[in-house]
Design a protein around this ligand. Structure first.
Ligand SMILES: [Zn+2]
Length: 61
């Protein structure tokens, strides 16, 4: 089993940084994550990957 892949996304509206875990999925589920601060869609996804365990991280922009 491969280790999980950590991915960083940055909110396009307010610049908040988020860390998430990318995992393969076999079902066709899709989802999206909204910024906790401004409710903008940070990322939307569908198979073959899903994204779990969203956490805020420091960014240096
Ligand atoms: Zn935001």
């Amino acid at each position: 089993m491969r280790p999980p892949i950590i991915v960083i996304f940055v909110c396009p509206q307010c610049g908040a940084g988020y860390q998430t875990t990318q995992r393969p999925q076999t079902q066709g589920a899709s989802g999206r994550f909204k910024c906790e601060f401004c409710q903008t869609d940070v990322y939307a996804w569908s198979s073959p990957y899903t994204y779990l365990d969203w956490q805020t991280v420091e960014t240096f922009t």
